[in-house]
Write a protein that binds this ligand. Structure first.
Ligand code: NDP
Ligand code: 8X3
Length: 253
């Protein structure tokens, strides 16, 4: 029986790389995202290239009714989810709290915290029914530290840090593993989204050092997912060699 992985936010960046890694190793995949065309493209690519079954589900993790509509009524042969990767997330803006944009705050809180909760609330009961499963939450170094102007994004990732520890305790009696993966700077669409399409500003983030690639994080996620059943990787912090903290860099500009 082939294993099933559900990856939220698989239209780009880390989520897409995780989907490729799991596809290469024969998993059946449920992939999600809001951009329908991109989602279909990724889906076709994975099924054509790796010959696996893919179920693409286009919805917004911020909308509980959509999460329930798409994930709460999965076809029977897609319900035995072995691995849930709670990856969909974003930063929007980089400004002091006193000048913060309330809509940006809400987008981050609704996606990074509430979206992760809505998805987990629907999927973990399916895992409990089977007495097995693995939830992998994508946190961040921003969930371990804070940095100037990172206020609300850092708070959402601190929430993921707390929720990962809490979920691990709550799911413990059911034999379900919970892992948190906390990357430093990974070059994806992350900064373009944070700076609302300003490609120049986004490119500047990665100047003067070698950032992580989405594939680096996918490898770590796959490593965590493929440990023997008695092993749980609780927490992995993965940084570029040139970054020792959110504010500590070895940049050659
Ligand atoms: P990308 O912007 O490249 O990808 C983000 C993915 O999340 C996209 O597939 C996007 O899909 C999806 N997404 C965003 N909002 C929603 C939503 N409301 N509903 C459904 N899907 C959504 O960024 P990354 O790959 O870098 O980010 C992935 C995760 O990694 C995030 O949680 C981020 O916070 C975290 N992270 C990133 C780091 C980095 O430096 N890049 C470092 C540490 C953590 P779509 O737009 O189609 O909905
Ligand atoms: C993304 C890493 O340092 O830009 O989570 O917040 S950082």
């Amino acid at each position: 029986m082939k294993k099933i992985a559900l990856i939220t936010g698989a239209t780009a960046g880390i989520g897409e790389a995780v989907a490729v890694k799991f596809a290469q190793t024969g998993y059946r995949l449920i992939i999600t995202g809001r951009r329908k065309e991109l989602l279909e493209q990724v889906s076709h690519h994975l099924s054509d290239k790796y010959g696996i079954d893919v179920l693409p589900l286009c919805f917004d993790v911020r909308v509980q009714s959509q999460v329930e509509k798409y994930l709460g009524q999965l076809p029977t042969d897609w319900q035995d989810i072995d691995v849930l990767v709670n990856n969909a997330g974003l930063a929007v803006g980089l400004s002091s709290l006193q000048e913060g944009v309330v809509d940006d705050w809400e987008r981050m809180i609704d996606t990074n915290i509430k979206g992760l909760l809505y998805v987990s609330r629907v999927i973990t009961p399916l895992m409990i029914k089977r007495g097995k499963g693995h939830v992998i939450n994508i946190g961040s170094i921003a969930g371990k530290e804070v940095y100037p102007n990172g206020n609300v994004y850092c708070a959402t990732k601190h929430a993921v840090n707390a929720l990962s520890a809490g979920m691990r305790m709550d799911l413990l009696p059911h034999g379900i593993r919970v892992t948190q993966i906390c990357p430093g700077a990974v070059e994806t669409e992350f900064s373009v989204v944070r700076f609302k399409g300003d490609q120049q500003r986004a490119d500047d983030v990665y100047k003067g050092f070698e950032p992580l690639r989405a594939q680096d994080i996918a490898e770590a996620i796959y490593f965590a997912a493929t440990q023997p059943p008695h092993v749980n990787i609780n927490d992995l912090v993965i940084m570029p060699t040139a970054q020792a903290g959110t504010m500590v860099w070895n940049k050659k500009l």
